[in-house]
Design a protein around this ligand. Structure first.
Ligand code: DMJ
Length: 491
């Protein structure tokens, strides 16, 4: 049965897509009304210590043997998904089952969409073709289900966009616009411009008023690229409006709480947890708005919070750099826990010394536990949440810092991460989560999150391969490792 995503008849963005499809390259570069033109590399922001994007055109001497090994392990994970869960969202690689990520009754082949540009950069063209064929004939967003807006944008909108940029397959862009149009009511129906947490993809009914920062503000990269590709500025304006609405609500100390009520506009949790979740990628995307679109508002906002992070949250414990949690109104100490997800945030903005120190902190955690636990208490370096849900953030950080500095330390530590991945997460049916990294032997669960196909192996592969299909100078990846700029099509 064919379920091609059918855009709503009257959608202006549908008209935009048709226009774009006939003039692909031009639209990419031209920008959309209300969207800053794409700046391949924004000029250095001046004397405040924010270096420009990495000038490197490659990542140094490739290590083809290691790159091959990483690719082989990616394929091992992928083959498990293909065998047990094809067409479903995620594989349960131990039991040989599957689960749906968004809605129990409505699979959207999430792992297939997540893997698209990973297959492309690794040169796995048969897998790209197989995936395109499934997406073209099965993926349909006309679903009577409440989809989480943030997850839909970073995984599905981002995945379809990256797939489109890699392959030029126009149906990916059409399907992406269809989904984005179904998600837009979450922004346009909100009295504050900050998106609701869920939207019913068929009816446009919105729900979920208490929304954490990452979910409010992790969309300008995907929506910005979509605006540029379609000439329809609604996406960019929605994303930027959400960021602005949060920034307006900062405290006199230039700190932010964690969660806002998007109808009243009031904070429901005043704890500043930066750079930890559930705020993490909010900060990442402020920088992204500048780095991808040259939007100086985003740069100024990033500077405000980068300065307050350094001034009010950073501290040293046992010689290592960490970020405490404080009350955003008073600056009073509230906690000293740290999530492994925060590791991916520091390299944005290119502030190498701080990011390098923070990476060393997480390297100390990796050295202590072999596999990094989800959450630690950093004064004693103890595991608070001992799970490792196949988290990619350490590898993400290693890639960013290696690209920025060329320091072999990042490659050697990324390789240790990969060795632990293989030793403790690999099962015959693919890769699975570890439920307790402090137990010996470590205990395994039965779940391979779809982001593994977008992130872990891609970060590692790009670090070692010097991939010809990726432009290391201009390349820009989203929080979900979607390559939104810098895909190359060598002959
Ligand atoms: C990914 O889905 C994204 O990186 C997101 O920003 C938060 N972290 C998960 C993977 O850990």
């Amino acid at each position: 049965m064919t379920h091609l995503g059918r855009p709503r008849e009257d959608s202006p963005s549908r008209r935009g897509v048709l226009r774009t499809v006939s003039a692909l390259g031009a639209a990419l570069m031209a920008g959309a009304p209300g969207v800053p033109a794409r700046a391949a590399t924004p000029s250095p922001p001046d004397a405040d210590g924010y270096p420009p994007e990495s000038p490197a055109t490659s990542i140094g001497t490739p290590d083809p043997q290691k790159a091959q090994e990483i690719k082989a392990e990616f394929l091992h994970a992928w083959n498990g998904y293909r065998e047990y869960a094809w067409g479903h969202d995620e594989v349960l690689p131990v039991s040989g089952g599957y689960r749906e990520f968004f809605s129990g009754r409505h699979p959207v082949g999430l792992s297939i969409v997540e893997a698209l540009d990973t297959h492309y950069v690794m040169g796995l063209d048969a897998e790209v073709d197989r995936s395109l064929s499934w997406i073209g004939s099965h993926l349909d967003f006309d679903l009577d289900a409440d989809f989480p807006v943030f997850e839909s944008i970073i995984r599905l909108v981002g995945g379809l966009l990256a797939g489109y940029l890699a392959t030029g397959e126009t149906h990916l862009l059409t399907q992406c616009v269809d989904l984005a149009d179904r998600l837009l009511p979450a922004f346009t129906k909100s009295p504050t411009r900050m998106p609701y947490r869920y939207v019913n993809l068929r009816t446009g009914v919105v729900s979920g008023v208490r929304v954490p920062l990452a979910e409010i503000g992790t969309n300008i990269l995907e929506f910005g690229v979509l605006s540029q590709l379609t000439g329809d500025s609604r996406y960019y304006r929605a994303a930027k409006g959400a960021l602005a609405a949060v920034v307006e609500r900062r405290s006199p100390l230039d700190l932010l709480g964690t969660t806002l009520n998007v109808e009243s506009g009031k904070w429901t949790d005043w704890t500043d947890v930066a750079p930890n979740p559930p705020a993490d990628s909010f900060y990442e995307y402020l920088w992204g708005g500048w780095a991808m679109f040259g939007d100086s508002d985003c740069l100024n906002w990033f500077r405000i919070f980068d300065a307050s992070l350094k001034k009010r949250l950073a501290e040293r414990a046992g010689g290592l750099l960490w970020f405490k949690q404080v009350d955003s109104r008073t600056g009073a100490l509230l906690g000293r826990q740290q999530s492994s997800l925060a590791a991916a945030i520091l390299p944005v903005g290119g502030d190498n010394p701080l990011a390098a120190d923070y990476y060393r902190s997480w390297t100390a955690v990796q050295d202590k536990f072999t596999v990094i636990p989800e959450e630690i208490e950093y004064t004693r370096l103890t595991a608070v949440v001992p799970v490792n849900a196949l988290r990619p953030e350490y590898a993400n950080c290693a890639f960013d810092l290696y690209r920025q500095t060329g320091d072999p330390f990042y490659r050697s530590t990324a390789w240790r991460y990969f060795q632990s991945l293989k030793a403790y997460h690999r099962v015959p049916g693919g890769y699975t989560i570890v439920t307790d990294v402090t137990k010996r032997p470590m205990t395994k669960g039965d779940y391979c999150p779809a982001y593994v196909f977008a992130e872990n192996f891609k970060w590692l592969y790009l670090t070692f391969a010097d991939a010809p299909r990726f432009d290391y100078a201009s390349g820009y990846l989203s929080t979900e490792a979607k390559i939104l700029r810098g895909i190359r099509h060598p002959k």
